[in-house]
Design a protein around this ligand. Structure first.
Ligand SMILES: [Zn+2]
Length: 117
């Protein structure tokens, strides 16, 4: 008989969205990464202070409340998802194309000088 073991019980807390003011909400507002992290750390600290049944301080430096995030690779210029293995994202934007052209040109220059020896 197949059974399921449940383990690694944990708590994940999501902060309110940037446009949620409690009495009204405005959609489309964004926080910077730094603002979002600071808000989450504030909430984590409040949870540590007020909630029972967390690991005790000497067992866990962060007392069982962790600020976690997912990392996803994006293009630094246009913010598109990074889908390629190498330094070229397949031309997601003009800047990505320009950088690839520059790399190709640099590569050509290196090969050219080696060829002349
Ligand atoms: Zn791009």
């Amino acid at each position: 008989m197949k059974a399921t073991k449940r383990e690694n019980f944990r708590i994940e807390v999501t902060p309110r969205s940037a446009g949620d003011f409690g009495f009204a909400s405005v959609s489309g507002m964004q926080r910077s990464e730094a603002e979002a992290e600071r808000l989450c750390e504030d909430i984590a600290e409040q949870i540590r202070r007020h909630v029972d049944e967390l690991p005790s301080r000497h067992m866990s430096r962060q007392r069982g409340v962790y600020v976690m995030w997912d990392s996803k690779p994006i293009c630094s210029h246009c913010g598109s998802a990074w889908t390629e293995e190498g330094p070229y994202n397949g031309g997601c934007c003009d800047k990505d194309c320009e950088e690839e052209d520059a790399r190709q040109a640099a590569q050509g220059a290196v090969n050219g000088s080696e060829g002349r020896k």
